[in-house]
Design a protein around this ligand. Structure first.
Ligand code: AHR
Length: 327
């Protein structure tokens, strides 16, 4: 082949490649610049609620183009404190965390304040004498949840014409906001009803395994004196139910079961009639978190407290109308 024929041949090959690849190559995709770097310390994965909460925050971070540094503390306060210190060292724009308990945050939050990093409380509150350590709280009104649980019980006792109502309470993690507030809301509401008496409150730590242990212990101590189990979350309720059945009782029939969270598993059991009432506590806090963090970065003011609206699911309604819960 001559010199010119070789050149023509090369040109034809080149043209063929261009035609076969669509005529042009795609411009390289520009990476999207995140709007904000958010450090978030999660408590752990103790419940379906918590897992749903983590998932929601991850999904919303992606949607709002927020770069998320997520750390799981495996139920330990010291891990959360260490995570917050890492966020400070990393110079994130905003820090968010769900405090496992209310006390013991002053020092690390003072360090964040001195570094000029705003802090958002997600889900749970802290207890402190110091001013201005955090900017706002995004989470459920746990006191109201306790009130709604007690109001359901009062209506149920009325409908069954009960003269005495003995309650056992399985509480969440000691000194955590949901434990303190749910208990306070429940106790304040039943205080006006002389029929209702709490036999014992026992710490179930929001865990299924502890729910089962606590229930065994309560059944051994009080047996058929128990009319009502008020459990601070679905996980502990789901742990307690098999123990109640093993002891020969029929949950939902001869023992009233009240739970909090409203995860899919508990709602399925409510539909079977073994749970009487579930007060909703939504884990879907991610959207509010992203919007609030972006406002803080922009130097805008934010609401001090943001509570989602929540409802009650119970045997007073047609359970088939309850939409899939998503957690
Ligand atoms: O703080 C919210 C509570 O924590 C939920 O009720 C519980 O399921 C979770 O572990």
């Amino acid at each position: 082949m001559g010199k010119w024929s070789k050149k023509i041949c090369r040109c034809l090959c080149f043209l063929l490649i261009i035609i076969m690849t669509g005529g042009c190559t795609k411009p390289a995709e520009q990476p999207i610049e995140p709007k904000l770097l958010l450090g978030f310390s999660q408590i752990g994965a103790e419940s379906a609620w918590r897992i749903g909460n983590t998932r929601d925050i991850e999904e919303q971070a992606e949607k709002y183009v927020v770069s998320l540094m997520l750390e799981n503390a495996n139920q330990k306060q010291e891990n959360q404190i260490a995570a917050i210190r890492r966020f400070i060292a990393y110079k994130v724009d905003v820090i968010a965390f769900s405090p496992i308990v209310e006390d013991g945050w002053d020092n690390v939050l003072m360090e964040a304040k001195n570094a000029g990093i705003p802090v958002i409380l997600v889900d749970r509150d802290i207890s402190t004498e110091k001013e201005g350590l955090t900017t706002c709280l995004i989470g459920a009104d746990f006191y109201r949840e306790g009130v709604m649980a007690a109001e359901y019980l009062i209506r149920k006792a009325d409908s069954l014409s009960m003269e005495h109502v003995n309650v056992v309470e399985i509480t969440g993690t000691e000194n955590s906001t949901p434990m303190r507030q749910r208990q306070a809301g429940f106790m304040d509401t039943i205080a006006n009803d002389p029929r209702i008496n709490v036999l014992e409150s026992i710490d179930g730590d929001f865990l299924k395994s502890r729910g089962a242990e606590c229930m065994r212990q309560l059944l051994e101590t009080y047996g058929d004196e128990i009319d009502v189990v008020f459990s601070h979350n679905d996980e502990m309720t789901l742990g307690a139910l098999p123990e109640i059945e093993k002891a020969g009782f029929y949950p939902g029939e001869n023992m009233i079961i009240i739970s909090i969270d409203g995860g899919q598993k508990a709602i399925d059991v409510l539909k079977k009639g073994k749970i009487n009432c579930v007060v909703e506590c939504t884990p879907k806090l991610g959207k509010e978190l992203m919007e609030t963090a972006l406002k803080l970065k922009a130097g805008e003011s934010v609401d001090a407290v943001i509570h989602p609206t929540e409802q009650v699911f119970s045997d007073e309604q047609d359970p088939s109308t309850i939409e899939p819960r998503g957690y």
